[in-house]
Design a protein around this ligand. Structure first.
Ligand code: GSH
Length: 215
């Protein structure tokens, strides 16, 4: 099989890159990564060289190009059905996909007001309308699923659903958005996963500052 190459942006800021990366690393999928830092002043011209949308993440597999974080996760899950990227139970897998799509398509108030920023020290900000409604909906999703699965992750073992919400764990943390014990315990479980720890270490070592994402 051709090797997989995942093109990503800055680990400190690129929330969409983080999702397939952590899903693949947590599942033990072998791949090469190419990190191309953001250059907003120049409009990310380099991204067009490897990405049909001019955005990251993008997966290259032979001559095939796969873009959109969730489509990348689906492709890899089909290539490696044995590694359990999605829950094995069909109904749980359907719910995992439902909340992953909800993440991909929604929570815009939270995503717009509170960019992922791994290095940012914890501090509250003035919140735009709608942010706390997004927070409440996400807490309900996490609470209901973990009550059912017993945790520590949404469906017991780490899955693509946890990967899709991983940047939200950072947002809840750095903007000090949540206080509920069960939410904090889920965040602690995600933040102590070895794949998270590896991403965070690399993010902290990066030299680039993206002013737009420094709230
Ligand atoms: N829906 C896309 C979002 C991709 C996206 O917005 N990527 C950002 C980085 S996190 C990007 O490439 N921004 C650069 C740009 O838009 O010029 C996905 O799921 O992959």
């Amino acid at each position: 099989m051709d090797r997989l190459t995942l093109y990503i942006g800055n680990k400190n800021y690129s929330s969409w890159s983080f999702r397939p990366w952590i899903a693949m690393v947590a599942a033990g999928v072998p791949f090469d990564e190419v990190l191309v830092p953001f250059d907003f002043a120049a409009g990310n011209p380099r991204f067009r060289e490897f990405s049909p949308t001019g955005q990251v993440p993008v997966l290259h597999h032979g001559n095939t190009r796969i873009w959109q974080s969730l489509a990348i996760i689906e492709y890899v899950a089909e290539l490696f059905p044995e590694v359990g990227i999605w829950p094995s139970d069909r109904e749980k897998r359907a719910v995992a996909r439902s909340i992953s799509m909800e993440m991909l398509a929604g929570f815009r108030a939270l995503r717009n007001a509170c960019p992922m920023n791994i290095r940012r020290p914890k501090a509250k900000i003035a919140l735009a309308d709608g942010v706390m409604a997004d927070v409440a909906r996400i807490e309900t999703i996490w609470r209901d699923l973990r009550a059912h699965s017993g945790g520590p992750f949404l469906f017991g073992a780490f899955s693509a659903a946890d990967a899709m919400f991983a940047p939200v764990v950072n947002r809840f943390d750095i903007y000090d958005l949540v206080t509920a014990g069960d939410t904090l315990s889920y965040m602690a479980a995600v933040k102590s996963h070895p794949a998270w720890v590896a991403w965070e270490e690399a993010a902290r070592a990066e030299p680039w500052i993206v002013a737009e994402d420094e709230v």
